[in-house]
Design a protein. Sequence first.
Length: 87
Amino acid sequence: MGKKKKQGQSHGTPAQPSKNEDALTLQDQLNGDVLAKLKAAKKSLVEEEQAKEEERQARLVFERKQREKNMSFEELLEKYGDQGSKF
């Protein structure tokens, strides 16, 4: 009949999981460190975006004031008409 093949020894396998568990723990710590770095990078990018947006808004306000400052009396009258105060 058919010959039976011997299975590998199972004596060496219990020692490997402890090494794998240590490796997984180290990997988890590494992933935690990488995750923390990614979160810090995301936070800095968000802060940069907010600063850029604030700067853009300030620039738009400044440009609008400069355009209004350089308008002629006729342009100001057309834009505001009778909306202005008496003084």
